[in-house]
Design a protein around this ligand. Structure first.
Ligand code: ZN
Length: 615
């Protein structure tokens, strides 16, 4: 069942991998009884719905139904096929897979029959290779000198250069291409990673060029440490100050935070994530020992960022530049975080400095003072309102300022971030400043809430539709289907009880399609060996949907308990059902003989068509 890999290899990888570690890299997990719980990354989760069972090595979301073993998690989370997930986790566990066990697709070739499908694992490897190349270039005594001077001028330490895998794209327009050709690195993959521009036709093609030229290279990793992209800062002020890798299957800057890999543990430990805007701001914060800091990649905070942060942190502090652009970016980010029910605060570094310069001037204590003194969202918005209200001469301008404030209050109410009592105070405040009756303000707020509720309902509908494959498992109708389900629920929990089933009921007795699939896998495994854990069963299953289904059955069975009597009941029902089916088949045969008899009787007779119509 395990496709291109031998089942023993799959099990070896599974045994060398702890599901709690793997999921813990993506979601902050808390102990709850014997299980771990966290926010489910597969639906828009607001309370921890995902349970991870360290003993059984499975996960299950009670909200959207996603579940399975560690392979299913990685398949879903990183959009990988089953073999790709095995490969990924094997690599993580330092298990060397034999090439014969997994015949790679020829994505390195240059033929026109080249499959367009991009393998994320291979793309990450190509990126990692490039990251090494950029680092070597920075270390090069001659070529890297100017860039090293710049790094030193920015006070980035040698340890930071190493920790953050900072490198250099040299001023040669084809430095990376030549290195790739020399080391036989696949150009096609580098093109797919967005590191080479132009169509890769053949190795001697001269129309190719490096995407990053004469830039200091910041290596962007995902939370598990895979190299997913790059940010390049110009060293000769040619072109944009910063450019990033293009969007690929691995990299989407609106869903990616720089430094999350390095900051994750400290964010979970402190419950707080500090968000800055630039690579160097983030690096400098860590260099000064503020290790719960991440950076957006030249975008303001998106809903995707909010969702990512919510899995690790309760509170987010945005540190922004105190110029107009910084204020505007912070203002946009506020509503995003509020809607994600994140506790959000705002801080700005004084005197128009960026956080990097400020850290160099004021040190760790200074930066922590700024973070700790961060302002409440509503206070920030209120200050903005009063300031604007004072400055705006036109009625339309004043009105826009009030509307903006009301929008924030409505979002806060929607997210449950404003208590009733605070609301009264705020309405009075607004009423005083704009001279509008508080009832009118409440009516305005209600109108916004209605709109927000409709939008949320729509979003929920969308999310539900997205998870339809997870939820819409058809377990069949009626007693017989329920008994089939029951039997699997029991056997997945108590495989030893299979002894009483063996020889009496076979997988062929299951006629609900999904249950028949599970029974086939389970019975085959049980017939082959004695004790089969849920995890070993899951490792035989490639499909994510079937993994969800098996985990769901096991979980439901576990909760109901009472295994022996339930199995006995299920067996009885299934046996009776089989007998009935047998009977009706026999009945059909009998009818057929009747028919033949009557046909025979009427053979000499009158109207054959009447006989035919009896059928
Ligand atoms: Zn879920």
């Amino acid at each position: 069942m395990a496709g291109m890999f031998d089942n023993s290899v799959v099990l070896e990888v599974q045994q060398a991998t702890d599901i709690v570690d793997v999921i813990g890299e993506h979601v902050s997990l808390k102990k709850k009884g014997r299980e771990m719980v966290g926010l489910c990354p597969f639906h828009d989760d607001h309370r921890p719905s995902m349970n991870v069972n360290p003993v059984k090595q499975i996960f299950k979301c009670f909200s959207c139904g996603a579940g399975g073993d560690v392979f299913k998690f990685i398949q879903m989370r990183e959009n990988l096929t089953f073999p790709q997930a095995v490969e990924r986790l094997a690599e993580r566990a330092n298990i060397r897979l034999q090439k014969t066990e997994y015949r790679r697709q020829n994505t390195g070739g240059q033929g026109p029959e080249q499959p367009e499908e991009v393998d994320p694992n291979r793309l990450a490897k190509a990126n990692a290779w490039a990251a090494k190349y950029f680092q070597k270039t920075l270390e090069d005594v001659e070529i890297g000198k100017l860039a090293r001077d710049y790094v030193a001028e920015r006070k980035i330490s040698a340890e930071s250069v190493k920790k953050w895998q900072i490198g250099l794209a040299s001023s040669a327009p084809d430095g990376l291409i030549n290195a790739a050709k020399a080391q036989k690195a696949p150009l096609k993959l580098l093109e797919q990673a967005g590191l080479i521009v132009g169509q890769v036709q053949d190795l001697s093609d001269h129309r190719l060029a490096d995407k990053f030229v004469n830039r200091l290279m910041f290596t962007i990793t995902d939370v598990t440490g895979r190299v997913i992209g790059f940010g390049g800062r110009t060293l000769d002020e040619n072109g944009a100050k910063y450019i990033n890798s293009p969007t690929t299957v691995l990299f989407d800057k609106s869903n990616c935070l720089y430094g999350l890999e390095q900051a994750r543990h400290e964010i979970v430990a402190t419950g707080t994530a500090v968000v800055v805007e630039g690579y160097t701001d983030c690096i400098m914060a860590h260099q000064f020992g503020c290790c719960n800091v991440v950076a957006t990649l030249g975008t303001s905070l998106t809903a995707g960022h909010g969702r990512m942060l919510r899995r690790y942190a309760k509170k987010v502090v945005l540190v922004f530049d105190s110029d107009v652009a910084g204020m505007e970016a912070a203002n946009r980010a506020l509503d995003v975080c509020l809607a994600q029910r994140l506790d959000i605060k705002l801080a700005s570094v004084p005197q128009g400095k960026d956080p990097c310069d400020f850290l160099l001037a004021a040190g760790k204590e200074g930066f922590e003072r700024v973070v700790n003194g961060a302002a409440d969202v509503f206070q920030f918005k209120w200050d903005r309102l009063t300031e604007k209200f004072g400055k705006e001469d036109t009625l339309a301008g004043k009105r826009a300022a009030v509307e903006e404030y009301l929008d924030t209050i409505a979002t806060g109410l929607q997210a449950g971030k404003i208590a009733e009592i605070d609301l009264g105070l705020r309405v009075n405040q607004i009423s005083r400043i704009i001279g509008l009756d508080s009832r009118q303000i409440n009516a305005e707020l209600n109108r916004r809430l209605g709109r927000a509720a409709r939008a949320a309902g729509y979003a929920r509908g969308q999310a539900t539709r997205g998870n339809l494959a997870v939820q819409a498992i058809d377990y069949g109708q009626g007693l017989a289907a329920a008994a089939q389900r029951e039997m699997l629920e029991v056997l997945l929990n108590e495989p030893a009880l299979y002894d009483s089933v063996r020889g009496k009921i076979s997988a062929g007795a299951f006629d609900v399609p999904v249950l028949a699939q599970v029974a086939a896998i389970l019975f085959e495994a049980l017939d082959a060996g004695a004790d089969v854990s849920l995890n070993q069963i899951l490792a035989r299953v490639e499909s994510v949907e079937l993994g969800n289904c098996i985990t769901g059955l096991a979980q439901a069975g576990h909760e109901k308990g009472n295994f022996e009597s339930r199995l006995a009941g299920a067996m009885e029902t299934i046996a009776r059902y089989q007998a009935q089916k047998q009977d009706s088949k026999l009945g059909a045969v009998e009818n057929e003989s009747d028919f033949l008899r009557s046909k025979h009787k009427n053979a000499g007779g009158q109207n054959r068509h009447i006989v035919g119509m009896v059928e």
